[in-house]
Structure formats: C-alpha cells, structure tokens
Design a protein around this ligand. Structure first.
Ligand code: BGC
Length: 446
C-alpha cells in the first residue's frame, strides 16, 4: 500500500504533568485532586516521584531528540502556575515551564501544550469544582495566564484532555479523582460548564498570546468501525453506532458536537430525558484542529435496525484488557475529519504491556505490531482523503497510570522505578524512530 503520510506530518509522543513530572512539593505548587490517590493505588505502589521527569530533563530531551520526534505533547500542572487555582501566579512555576520549553525548542522539538490534563486544583474542587457556575471563568483566567506567560514559545495548545474521562469517570462512575458519584443531571450540568470553560479558555489563550496559536481539544471514545470496511452499509452502520444514544458520557457526540458544531445532539438530549436548558452555542469554540485520543473500538455491521454488534471473536487485548482494534483508528479519523471539518491529530494512541526488563533489554514485540497496525490503518484513512496531520504515541515514558498505579507500562522508554527512575529505551523506541525517520515508509502496510 502507498505511503500516504505527508512530509509535514507531525510525528510525536505524549505525556502529562501529574503522570510523569514528580516533584509534588517543589516550589510553591498547590495540591491537586490527584495528590491523594495513594490510598487507592494497588498495594505496594506508593505515590513516588514516578518517572521524575523534572529531574531528568536533559536526559529525556536527548532521548526525544534521538527518537526524532518533531513534537512533544506535555501538560501543565495548573497548580504549579496558580497554586490556589485562581489569583496568585507562581513565578517559580512559570519559569520552570519556560525553561522546559526553551530546552525542547533548542533541541528542535516543538512543545504541544495540554493546558489541563486532569490534575484539577484542590482549592477549586473544594468550591464545587466544575459544578460551580464560576468554573468556566476560573479556567479561562488560568488560560489567560498561560497564553501571556508562554507566548511566543508555544504555538499549539490542547486546551483540555479527554473531558469524557475526567467528567464521566471522575464524577459519575467514581473511578478517577475526585472519585465522586453524582447523579446524571448534575453530571450533565458539569459537562456543560467544562465545555463552556474550554471555549472561553480557547478565546483567552488566543487573546493573551502575542503570536498566532492553534488550539484544539483532545477528545476520546471507543469507536465503532465497519466489520467489513468495503461494505457501504457497514460503514453507514458504524456512523449510526457512533451517533446512537448510549446514555454514557464516555462518547463522542455529547462533547464534540457542542464544542465543534455548537449544538447538543438532539437524540441524546431526548435520550437522557432530563430537563436540559442549553442548546450548545456557548460550548462552541473556534478550534483550529481536532485532537483524537484513540485506543480502541468495536466492530459493527448493518442490520434491519440500522446497526448491530459485529463479530468480536479473536480480538486481542492489552494488559489492561482493552481490545486491540487498529481498524477503529481509520474509521474514527475519517469520521471526525468529515463531521467536524477540522484537521485531525491523533493526540494519543498506544499500548500497555507488562514489560519485563531482561538485563537492560525490553523486548516489546507486541508494541511493534501495535504501532505498525494502527499507523497502517491511519495511512488508509489519509489515502481515502481524511485530513490527518499528526500522530502522538502515548506515552514517551512509562508513567503513573492514574489510579491503576505503575504496573501498566505504555512507554517507549522503560522507567526503572527501583533504580532512581533509570531510563531504558525499549526495542519499540528504535522501531518508532525508524518510522519517523522514513516518514512512515518503514511501516509494514501489508
Ligand atoms: C489519558 C492518559 C492515560 C492513557 C492510558 C488517556 O485516557 O489521556 O492520561 O494514561 O489514556 O490510559
């Protein structure tokens, strides 16, 4: 199959502040809602400094350079910049990030900055967090500080990471911090505040930055894909399944439609059957690109009722039990590019394995084929005309997989926690480096 990756394709890798920085007590950083996760972690996993990124900056940037990435996606810790969430700005925090950005830029790597990747200020959570009607403004004022502080160093901002996850899993199912279980009506209002916050944040970033910037959201969902990709009806069925009301906010339409199109999906509003006063206009941001964190999906086929679940037999799973479904990435990328009419960047995709350090060698063959299979499907979407402009492998380093602790390892680089967070490039590191060096030509595309 033809190699379709354009020369300008942004090859990258990704990380987030709370999962990789360490240094929770450094400077005047304020506490976040994740600081208290320790009691929930699997036994034996202490909330240590994790990969301790802040103490390995030069080494890590040298590794990123060796990998050959054009871009490194990293997030800011809100409470390093505004220890109380609003008000007082920490010059220590601002200088810290400036220093990191300057080092990355000096290595010819563009920092793509996620403004908010879940580590919400505890001070604001205690005021009701995203349920508080002032929460969108709090977020926008944080974004103003960010834009003003990091302009002109930063060109690409992901204003928010996966609202689907931090809202639905943090406040409805209670799996993630702050581990709350609110009722559906309260969660819908909170989700609305989150999207209004993102839209105000987008404007604040733009008006406070002195230079031209590009802003998007990193959305996520588990994407349906056609059981038979050449069958027109199965393709239609996959679109129908994407739009279908599921009652679960770990989905695409409830978030991406208001944020990118300015309307709540009617069938979902009806489906929830909860009085809902908003039409979605306030959620509409002037976004430049569509960020998609895509890990997996499920096959569907056409049926008399529109769509039915396809055959899931034989689908492999990662070490967390998530299915491995490369075909989901081509369908989702194409679907999102068409529906939201923005260039798509895959802002996250990756595989967790129980990697074993065998005398300094981490032979992660399954990760090779994961990357090849997903990228070869992405290549297909580009060949079909989808405007896909970049791919960020999650993650650069093995890091804290939130409440699941340190056992799940997604990294291209192994973190040896028992030995000062020593870095060991896994075999997949060289594999991905080759893909980048050949602009995708080395991928096994059948
Ligand atoms: C999140 C990351 C997380 C990864 C793997 C995404 O949902 O943005 O923070 O580590 O998936 O679970």
């Amino acid at each position: 199959m033809k190699n379709a990756f354009p020369d300008s394709f942004v090859w990258g890798t990704a990380s987030s502040s709370f999962q990789s920085e360490g240094g929770l007590t450094l400077g005047d950083r304020g506490p976040s809602i994740w600081d208290f996760v320790e009691e929930r972690l699997p036994r034996g996993d202490l909330l240590i400094n994790g990969p301790d990124f802040l103490n390995h900056l030069d080494e890590d940037i040298a590794l990123l350079k060796k990998l050959g990435v054009r871009a490194f996606r990293m997030s800011l810790s809100w409470t390093r910049i505004l220890p109380d969430g609003v008000g007082r700005v920490s010059s220590f925090g601002v200088s810290l990030y400036k220093m990191i950005f300057e080092k990355l830029l000096a290595a010819n790597i563009e920092p793509w900055v996620t403004v908010f990747h879940w580590d919400y200020p505890l001070a604001l959570e205690n005021e009701g967090g995203w349920s508080n009607p002032n929460s969108p403004k709090w977020f926008a004022s944080y974004c103003s500080v960010v834009g003003a502080s990091f302009s002109p160093l930063i060109k690409h901002y992901i204003v928010m990471n996966e609202p689907q996850s931090f809202v639905e899993l943090g406040y409805f199912t209670g799996e993630k911090a702050p581990f709350k279980k609110l009722d559906r009506a309260s969660v819908l209002l909170m989700a609305h505040n989150v999207m209004v916050g993102a839209a105000l944040g987008e404007k604040a970033l733009r008006s406070s930055s002195a230079s031209k910037i590009y802003v998007g959201i990193a959305e996520t969902y588990s994407s349906p894909y056609p059981e038979n990709e050449d069958d027109v009806d199965d393709n239609k069925a996959a679109s129908l399944a994407t739009e279908d009301f599921s009652g679960n906010l770990f989905c695409l339409p409830w978030w991406a439609d208001p944020s990118y199109l300015g309307t709540y999906p009617k069938n979902w509003v009806e489906g929830f059957a909860i009085p809902f006063p908003y039409d979605g206009k306030e959620c509409h941001g002037d976004y430049d690109f569509f960020g998609l964190n895509l890990y997996n999906g499920y096959p569907v086929k056409s049926s008399q009722n529109g769509f039915a679940l396809g055959n899931k037999e034989g689908i492999a799973r990662n070490s967390l039990g998530w299915s491995i479904t490369p075909k989901a990435i081509s369908f989702a990328a194409e679907y999102c590019a068409k529906r939201y009419k923005k260039p798509v960047y895959i802002t996250e995709n990756g595989l967790t394995l129980d990697d074993v350090n065998d005398h300094g060698i981490i032979l992660d063959k399954a990760r090779f084929s994961f990357i090849d299979d997903y990228l070869s499907e992405l290549n297909k979407a580009i060949l079909k005309g989808a405007d896909v402009r970049g791919y960020f492998y999650w993650s650069f380093l093995d890091n804290l997989e939130w409440e699941l602790g340190y056992k799940p390892r997604f990294g291209l680089v192994y973190t040896d926690y028992a030995h000062g967070a020593k870095r060991i490039a896994k075999e997949s590191f060289a594999h991905y480096a080759k893909i980048i060096a050949t602009n995708g030509a080395s991928i096994d595309k059948e």
